[in-house]
Write a protein that binds this ligand. Structure first.
Ligand SMILES: CC(C)(COP(=O)(O)OP(=O)(O)OC[C@H]1O[C@@H](n2cnc3c(N)ncnc32)[C@H](O)[C@@H]1OP(=O)(O)O)[C@@H](O)C(=O)NCCC(=O)NCCS
Length: 328
């Protein structure tokens, strides 16, 4: 199997997707952006105070002469007024012009508006901001894609040539049957971006009625709803399944012999954020899988949340994923 990022790089190379980086003063961001631009993978825009951006570049010996830099506090007055009007209009009475002008001095809101108005194709932030501050502007302004009513967060788990999707491991704290079904459909789409032919397991502590509980009923209901939401994927989604029945061929054959997913699943939908977040970290820390994400699913345009522990290589990879999502 061709290495994941080589595959994605081939997809985005020369497509000139414009990705905005609100944390332009951060040396990890600058280092990654210079590499991405030099390799012709994306067209980056750095946001931040001009002075701050230049002083980071100087301290690291970076040459930013080919990179677009925007200082929101010094942005063209007419363009800023246009962003303000577009923001107020988008918020439909929930945000007035004064609040909008305060928001536009926040790099995450400013970057989100560049994406919303089409000046950028995607955004990568979160190297210095917590998840909520990175994601909230996207929820409020970009909003969900057609057919989605909420966003969710997936991780691509990778080791050697094994590649899996784990969802939701990042966003929705309470997951009801409807939400779980939507997460399953979104995750199948994410799997395709990463060249995984989705086989989606709706996970529980029960396989096909082996245990009785309202929690089990929720997952079996979510399975029905997901199949109805995406009839073209009906044979590629199944539940409720325990993890071993979903993952291990012999266990799947014994516990769910009729299932086309059991034993062969590659896209795992967890019944709560607790299960998903704990589950991916176990695979990462005990199983030795690389965890790539969270990849936000269901947004009308891609916005990616870095971990604050991210290094330059992580920024580079997340930007590649974001451009690939913009292309999809
Ligand atoms: C994502 C998150 C920050 C949003 O929280 P929040 O800003 O308090 O959300 P609010 O309920 O105030 O909603 C703000 C807006 O976002 C929208 N929104 C919130 N969650 C959403 C979702 N999952 N999908 C789509 N829209 C959502 C709301 O509808 C609201 O829109 P509006 O202003 O137009 O009415 C929150 O769900 C969260 O903290 N999740 C857990 C994140 C986490 O810690 N993960 C583990 C580590 S990765």
């Amino acid at each position: 199997m061709v290495e994941l990022f080589e595959q994605l790089k081939q997809k985005i190379s020369g497509e000139n997707k414009v990705i905005v980086f609100p944390e332009g003063e951060d040396s990890r961001i600058q280092g990654a952006v210079i590499r991405l631009a030099k390799e012709g993978l994306i067209k980056p825009i750095l946001l931040g105070s001009e002075q701050g951006i230049l002083s980071t570049a100087k301290a690291n010996g970076y040459d930013l002469s080919d990179i677009e830099v925007i200082d929101p506090s010094n942005y063209d007055k007419k363009l800023l007024a246009q962003l303000n009007a577009a923001l107020v209009e988008r918020r439909k009475g929930k945000t007035d012009a004064d609040t909008a002008s305060k928001w536009l001095q926040d790099v995450n809101y400013f970057g989100t508006m560049l994406v919303y108005t089409g000046k950028a194709d995607g955004m990568v932030s979160g190297a210095t901001h917590p998840t909520g501050d990175t994601v909230r502007p996207a929820l409020q302004i970009i909003k969900t894609a057609k057919g989605s009513s909420r966003i969710s967060g997936a991780f691509i788990m990778q080791k050697g040539d094994q590649r899996f999707v784990f969802s939701d491991a990042a966003i929705n704290i309470d997951v009801d049957a409807e939400t779980m079904a939507e997460i399953a459909v979104q995750s199948a789409q994410t799997a395709k971006v990463f060249d995984i032919d989705p086989k989606v397991a709706m996970l529980s502590f029960s396989t096909k009625g082996s245990a009785k509980s309202p929690l089990v009923d929720k997952v079996s209901e979510a399975t029905k709803l997901a199949k109805a939401m995406a009839p073209d994927l009906a044979n590629q989604i199944d539940g409720e399944l325990q993890f071993d029945a979903a993952f291990v061929a012999s266990v799947g054959a014994a516990k769910a012999p009729e299932s086309s997913v059991a034993g062969h699943a590659n896209t795992f939908i967890f019944p709560s954020l607790e299960a998903g977040n704990i589950g991916y970290k176990i695979a990462q820390r005990m199983g030795g899988f690389e965890a790539i994400g969270p990849i936000l699913q269901g947004l009308a345009k891609p916005v990616s949340d870095l971990s604050r522990g991210a290094n330059e290589e992580d920024v580079y990879k997340v930007a590649i994923i974001t451009a690939a999502q913009a292309l999809a």
